[in-house]
Design a protein around this ligand. Structure first.
Ligand SMILES: [Mg+2]
Ligand SMILES: [Zn+2]
Length: 194
């Protein structure tokens, strides 16, 4: 009962783990970013939960089906597994307020920068948000993390973390996911949890 809840690294998917190609819908377009799988394997070894939180508004926009999206995700997880990396959870938002698919065209609580996906994952997996991290390639990833007190890292891959003027800076900017994970794992205290 006294056991501390597990901390996590929340990861954006497109542009952070795999190359941003714009609403990826086909396995043939899936390319992992160099070093991403090994970086996730290091997080696994360090005992941090690895949770993907992904806006997939292509579903609401009618650009691809749920089956297509899940096929891309399954292939991503197969490729990660080949390098000894695994995800502890995959959470996605299928919504967009101006979507074409009526039941998904809503103002939801889970499209980043809203924190619904993170909060759901924390509840499902018993995660401690204090001391957890968010890594993504867009300002809305950082804003989502900031909304729930995560330490936030923007990577230069994908959309490159360009924030609109006035948004809070992330805690750190990294070249890519591998560099972000190095920063996370060398921060004071992190290795004690290995
Ligand atoms: Mg992204
Ligand atoms: Zn949503």
């Amino acid at each position: 009962m006294s056991q501390a809840r597990r901390r996590a690294v929340f990861l954006d998917r497109d542009g952070t783990i795999n190359q941003e190609v714009g609403y990826i819908s086909q396995v043939k377009d899936l390319r992992l970013i160099d070093g991403a799988a090994r970086a996730i394997a290091e997080l696994n070894r360090a005992g941090l939960a690895v949770i993907v939180v992904s806006n997939q508004s292509g579903l609401a926009r009618g650009y691809f089906s749920l089956e297509q999206m899940l096929a891309v995700q399954a292939e991503l997880e197969r490729r990660l597994a080949r390098e000894g990396a695994r995800l502890d959870g995959f959470y996605y938002c299928p919504h967009h307020p101006r979507g074409k698919v009526e039941r998904l065209a809503i103002e939801c609580g889970c499209r980043k920068p809203k924190p619904g996906l993170v909060l759901q994952a924390a509840q499902d997996h018993g995660l401690e948000l204090a001391g957890s991290y968010m890594v993504g390639d867009r300002w809305r990833d950082a804003a989502c993390g900031q909304a729930v007190g995560l330490t936030t890292i923007l990577v230069a891959t994908g959309h490159g973390g360009q924030p609109p003027a006035g948004d809070r800076e992330p805690d750190y900017r990294a070249a890519d996911l591998a560099a972000a994970v190095r920063w996370i794992l060398t921060r004071a205290g992190e290795n004690r949890h290995a």
